[in-house]
Design a binder for this molecule. Structure first.
Ligand SMILES: NC(=O)C1=CN([C@@H]2O[C@H](COP(=O)(O)OP(=O)(O)OC[C@H]3O[C@@H](n4cnc5c(N)ncnc54)[C@H](O)[C@@H]3O)[C@@H](O)[C@H]2O)C=CC1
Ligand SMILES: O=C([O-])C1=[NH+]CCC1
Length: 308
């Protein structure tokens, strides 16, 4: 095991540890200035020549007294598959004087905190009976979502589809639990109670006509204003929850291009100021928030410092 993996196994053994601090952070974020979260919209620099993007994601949490910025790059259609499509680093500062305290690998943090936030949305929004989980995509986020979803919920069946079947089969062989590889996205989605879309698709891969009434969808990919994972049908005929209204209306092609109306931020549901309409078909559109990286980096740093 390499040093990085060892360090994460020790100080970040399970993404579910993140659930309580992330719920607090989501609620604080959705409380406006009194929540003590300062998080400007992320800056994204396109690197057109190489189909890449650099995201800059700063945040301060007064409750945690934690100040971070994450730098994340994400690249489409990479030819070199030895390099991950998403790479990130989190810088943790001492908020009292601005001193840099730690530079933390942000790739594992991004994978685990994103999956933990989807798990929070699912806890509130999944139908009362949720036996079948469907994952569209078989990359890094598919793995982190599989891990936490099978730890926290009791699905009887997990169906997986990927654009290349080979990758879906490698995924199914590598996870510690059942995963049924499907030949088409439609086959994977049919009958699913909870659906996770974690692809690099830029046009829809999930269509409303396939979705079981009352299902819950975590839409995690398509973080550019002209990228889609979900079609207009599913966007317009579901109750739409987002992590950040401001980000969704600026960055999410699924939200902007469908014209779907946002019902609530997830933090408002956590706080109890907006209802979780779990009997309806629901979509949680996740774009990823800097404050999620802040609480995850703090958790890793505090664990590491207390053991040194
Ligand atoms: N909401 C959030 O907080 C975050 C969202 N993401 C997004 O989640 C998605 C997955 O990220 P990773 O798992 O790290 O990426 P990855 O590169 O590890 O996996 C992407 C998967 O999508 C598939 N894929 C690629 N192009 C496709 C296409 N055109 N149509 C269908 N499938 C395609 C690949 O075969 C692969 O299985 C990305 O869109 C990423 O930007 C990533 C980090 C945080
Ligand atoms: O939150 C995040 O780190 C990202 N969201 C989309 C790409 C990376």
């Amino acid at each position: 095991m390499n040093e990085k993996r060892k360090m994460y196994r020790l100080h970040f053994p399970s993404a579910s540890l993140l659930i309580p601090p992330l719920e607090t952070a989501l609620a604080n974020f959705s409380s406006g200035p009194e929540g003590g979260v300062v998080q400007p919209l992320r800056t994204v620099v396109p690197v057109e020549k190489y189909n890449g993007f650099l995201g800059v994601m700063p945040a301060y949490s007064a409750v945690d007294d934690a100040l971070t910025t994450k730098l994340v790059t994400f690249y489409e259609n990479m030819k070199d598959t030895s390099v991950p499509s998403h790479q990130a680093t989190v810088f943790l500062f001492d908020p009292r004087n601005g001193t840099l305290k730690a530079v933390i690998d942000g790739t594992v943090i991004t994978a685990k905190r994103t999956a933990a936030v989807s798990a929070i949305a699912t806890k509130f929004l999944k139908p009362a009976v949720a036996d079948v989980l469907c994952i569209l995509g078989a990359g890094v986020q598919a793995h982190s979502h599989y891990e936490i979803f099978t730890e926290l919920f009791s699905f009887k069946e997990v169906k997986i589809w990927n654009r290349s079947r080979e990758k879906a089969e490698t995924f199914a062989q590598s996870v510690k639990g059942p995963a049924q590889v499907c030949s088409s996205a439609q086959e994977a989605v049919t009958g699913a109670d909870v659906i996770i879309t974690v692809t690099m698709a830029t046009t829809p891969i999930l269509f409303g006509s396939w979705v079981k009434s009352g299902a819950h969808i975590n839409a995690v990919g398509a973080s550019r204003p002209d990228w889609r994972e979900l079609d207009d049908d599913v966007m317009r005929n579901s109750v739409l929850y987002v992590d950040s209204r401001e980000a969704a209306l600026t960055e999410s092609g699924d939200v902007i291009l469908s014209g779907a109306e946002i019902f609530a931020e997830l933090g408002e549901v956590v706080k109890g100021t907006k209802p979780a309409l779990s009997e309806k078909t629901t979509v949680f559109k996740s774009l990823g928030m800097a404050i999620e990286d802040t609480v995850a980096a703090k958790l890793v740093f505090d664990s590491w410092s207390s053991s040194n």
